[in-house]
Write a protein that binds this ligand. Structure first.
Ligand code: CA
Length: 229
């Protein structure tokens, strides 16, 4: 039972809104769409989306104002859609707090990739003082606790740090040297095999079938990564 990130699409051109929504839904997101600025504020307040895809040119309240009011109410990542490349410089200059910008026309596939990147970045930032969730894997930083579904795991401090590092950036590949660095602060080439031993222990505790890991994956010739939920 994986969590579906909620994405609110705010776009007054129905064909574009529908194309974006359809692609996001196909990629596993929970999507709602509205077609003007005021409706965007109302829906965001009621539905609490995890990201807003926001067109700049909207009837009623424009995208700048919607973004400003969204951030004032409760900060939420925003991917802004613009009609022209040169608009982006203007928008960045205004400092309205969007996380990324895309110029029309764009491919829905590219939009989904941008959405994922923003959500990952946001999750990583939140992880500094909070809880990381990747699918059913929950890494609770402050309490140093890890659970997978209903199972609570007893990890050593090193195993915990290693898993937390991977889980904060799902899908990102870490070399053994990088992981050693994250765990101990200093990387020595000769100790990289120690990471393999830690990963083996983590898998033994975490994975239903350690021989066929689905959380911590080996990237052959490089290192490890946390499976992207
Ligand atoms: Ca528009």
């Amino acid at each position: 039972v994986s969590h579906k990130p909620r994405v609110l699409v705010v776009e007054d051109e129905p064909t574009i809104a529908e194309a974006i929504a359809a692609r996001l839904e196909a990629e596993g997101f929970a999507v709602d769409q509205v077609h003007d600025g005021l409706a965007a504020l109302e829906r965001a307040a009621a539905w609490n989306p995890e990201l807003v895809v926001l067109d700049v040119m909207l009837p009623g309240l424009d995208g700048h104002e919607v973004c400003r009011r969204l951030q004032a109410d409760r900060p939420v990542p925003v991917l802004m859609l613009t009609a022209r490349d040169d608009e982006i410089d203007l928008l960045v200059g205004l400092g309205i707090g969007a996380d990324d910008y895309m110029t029309k026309p764009f491919s829905p596939k590219e939009l989904v990739a941008r959405v994922r990147t923003i959500l990952r970045r946001t999750a990583a930032a939140a992880a500094g003082d909070g809880v990381v969730r990747v699918g059913d894997l929950v890494v609770d930083g402050p309490r140093m606790r890890v659970s997978a579904g209903q199972r609570h795991l007893e990890l050593t401090a090193t195993e915990f740090q290693l898993l937390a590092t991977l889980a904060r950036s799902p899908g990102r590949v870490f070399t053994r040297a990088q992981l050693l660095d994250a765990v101990h602060g200093v990387a020595f080439e000769s100790y990289e095999r120690a990471i393999d031993a830690h990963v083996k222990n983590i898998r033994h505790k975490l994975e239903p079938d350690p021989r066929r890991p689905r959380y911590v994956l080996t990237v052959y010739g490089v290192g490890y990564k946390c499976a992207d939920a």
